[in-house]
Design a protein around this ligand. Structure first.
Ligand code: SAH
Length: 395
């Protein structure tokens, strides 16, 4: 087999089961493997450590398929790894109250660069690494066989593909059907998912249980749902008995679906106002008008995908959190999130603390949020943990 040899002393992270091999750790590569081809990874002493997908153009030169150096990477490897991933989802409580789940969470499910979300009977797959792309056909076959889903839509149109030297690709990889409004059910609530044109794979499944928390907190409250996308938190809040909900979102397409989602659930439409606006400006308008809320949800997009953007991201997080805290009535709550991989939970908390102190608002943390259980985090791969959130109460 073609092989990748590590520099002396650069095998430590691999031995701790971290699945990435950075270019700087590579001494040499034997046999000229193609983009995404499988290589045997060896220590400087020649000890076989893992099998990995080779990615010559990426700073992440290799991504480990298996830490058992004898594992054969072939179609049956993908079938058995997918089977395990699906078994885990079938054992989760979410399986009984939602038909939309993340089936494959990349590195944390042993399949680097592969994301698969299930929306009822439609799968959405993202092949985001050279290795996942190399095995695309085998993975698609295994996905169809293991799930019984005939329709697989590919959303390999994420920015990160370029780092792996791969062009964007989107469209049906298997089957074909209307996929701009896939109906799903989450905790008894109906949503429509635009698998073709929506953000990421169409819906933010990672927030499922946090939407349910907000639902449980919403009774009798006036709610501001900032960065509402297709109305996930807004509809959960209304279902939980919110007195009034204001949903703020910049995307016209997302708001259109939010309105359809509202109509799909038997809820009082007069209690919700949709605002197409920039949250940064809109919060200032609310403040200037002297408006206030009992519950604010802040779920912004990824301001810092990597640590390099953390500084600018910190400014943006501080700004929206400062204004949100000011908009809270005494006793009001703020559910604030960050999905930036480059902003760890501790940093996020200190940004929010800085925002509260600058706002002159006294608040306490009463709960912490993470991603739903169908987004597991491998212990050897802390990068898999990207979503964090705090529930604050204003004194
Ligand atoms: N809470 C949502 C997911 C939010 S994703 C859910 O549970 O489904 C973040 C959203 O913020 C995206 O829909 C994006 O269009 C929107 N967005 C990004 N920048 C914005 C801005 N400055 N003002 C308003 N919305 C913005």
């Amino acid at each position: 087999m073609k092989s990748l040899h590590l520099k002396s002393g650069r095998d430590k992270s691999l031995r701790r089961r971290h699945p990435w091999i950075f270019s700087g750790a590579v001494e040499r590569v034997d046999g000229t493997p193609a983009n995404g081809e499988t290589v045997l990874v060896k220590s400087a002493e020649g000890q076989p450590l893992a099998v990995a997908a080779y990615s010559p153009q990426s700073q992440i030169r290799g991504r480990v398929w298996s830490f058992e150096a004898g594992t054969r990477i072939e179609e049956s490897f993908f079938s058995s790894t997918l089977k395990k991933a699906i078994q885990l989802r079938n054992s989760l409580p979410a399986h009984s109250h939602s038909n939309a789940l993340r089936l494959v969470h990349a590195e944390s499910d042993g399949l680097p660069g592969l994301i698969v979300d299930r929306y009822a009977d439609v799968l959405v797959a993202q092949f985001l690494s050279a290795g996942a792309e190399f095995w695309r056909e085998a993975i698609l076959d295994a996905l169809a066989a293991e799930t019984g889903c005939e329709a697989i839509y590919e959303r390999s149109d994420a920015e990160v593909r370029t780092l792996e030297g791969l062009p964007p690709r989107a469209g049906f990889a298997r089957g074909n059907r209307e996929a701009k409004r896939c109906p799903i059910l989450e905790h008894g609530l109906h949503f429509r998912v635009d698998v073709e044109g929506g953000q990421k794979t169409g819906f933010f499944l990672d927030q499922r249980e946090n939407r349910q928390r907000v639902r449980a907190l919403a009774a009798g409250r006036e709610v501001l749902d900032a960065f509402s996308y297709t109305g996930g938190f807004s509809i959960a809040a209304l279902a939980g008995g919110a007195r009034k909900v204001t949903a703020v979102e910049s995307s016209v397409e997302a708001l259109q679906i939010a309105k359809e989602n509202l109509a799909a659930n038997a809820l009082d439409a007069s209690k919700i106002a949709f605002e197409q606006a920039d949250v940064f400006a809109f919060q200032r308008q609310l403040r200037d008008r002297g408006q206030s809320f009992d519950l604010v949800v802040l779920d912004p997009p990824k301001f810092a995908p990597t640590a390099a953007q953390a500084k600018n991201a910190a400014r943006a997080y501080k700004d929206i959190n400062l204004l949100a805290l000011k908009l809270l009535r005494p006793g009001g709550m703020l559910a604030t999130f960050s999905c930036s991989g480059g902003v760890p939970a501790e940093l996020f908390q200190s940004i929010v603390a800085g925002a509260a102190s600058d706002a002159g608002v006294d608040a306490r943390i009463i709960e912490r949020f993470g991603a739903a259980a169908d987004h597991p985090v491998a212990l050897g791969f802390p990068e898999g943990e990207y979503l964090k959130g705090l529930l604050l109460i204003r004194n």
